[in-house]
Design a protein around this ligand. Structure first.
Ligand code: G4P
Length: 191
């Protein structure tokens, strides 16, 4: 069991068969030491992938993505959910629908920060249906860059996200793969 899985068992709350609350160390209050260790783990796994940028989606992906980018020695680019109100000719946008939250948003990237020379690691906190990751891939491709892989903190393996991304040929590297959730029960896929 890795450190993230141990922490999920200690401080995570299985709210239902679908939702794992990790507000006390990832989504609301953030544990910097854990984020640093996660960054180390991702940087170690992806060190030979030729990554030039880490790309994440605001807001909960930012902390672990920053730590990973720092350890890989590359910039972090944050995809925004609110388009900039300042007129900008370089904006790339794609609509993402969240099944968990039941909303849609325009994922936005300034094409100045990801270009055809980039090989990108997409990193996010949760993988559920894969909609956010798929939107991020669309934007990276619109910017004519390539996707190296998808890095995830917590994958809900009983949802179709990983399958959808693997089908498109993308590697998904998740630190915690949750196979079962129910009130008071959290079970991981053991690897
Ligand atoms: P998908 O991208 O894989 O399809 O997932 P989905 O749209 O269903 O998830 C949308 C939002 O819900 C994401 O946050 C994601 O992190 C969060 N989420 C999904 N499942 C869980 C869960 O079991 N527990 C928690 N705590 N969050 C979950 P977001 O809208 O991007 O918000 P944030 O990054 O600002 O926190």
């Amino acid at each position: 069991m890795n450190k993230l899985e141990a922490r999920i068992l200690e401080d995570g709350v299985a709210e239902s068969a679908n939702i794992l609350k990790v507000d006390s160390f990832i989504n609301h209050q953030v544990d910097p030491k854990l984020m640093s260790e996660i960054g180390e783990e991702f940087a170690n796994h992806f060190k030979d992938y030729g990554i030039t940028k880490v790309v994440t989606i605001e807001s909960s992906g930012i902390a672990p993505a920053l730590m990973t980018a720092e350890k890989l020695g590359v910039p972090l680019v944050i995809l925004k959910k609110q388009p900039s109100k300042i007129l900008n000719q370089n904006l790339l946008q794609t609509e993402v629908t969240s099944f968990t939250k039941g909303n849609s948003y325009e994922l936005t990237l300034n094409g100045k920060y990801v270009t055809e020379d980039d090989h990108v690691l997409i990193l996010d906190d949760f993988l559920a249906d894969g909609e956010a990751a798929t939107g991020a891939i669309r934007l990276v491709r619109m910017a004519h860059a390539t996707v190296a892989a998808i890095a995830i903190l917590i994958e809900k393996s009983f949802q179709p996200g990983r399958g959808k991304l693997n089908e498109q040929g993308f590697e998904v590297y998740s630190l915690a793969r949750v196979k079962e959730l129910s009130e008071g029960v959290i079970k991981f896929i053991e690897e």
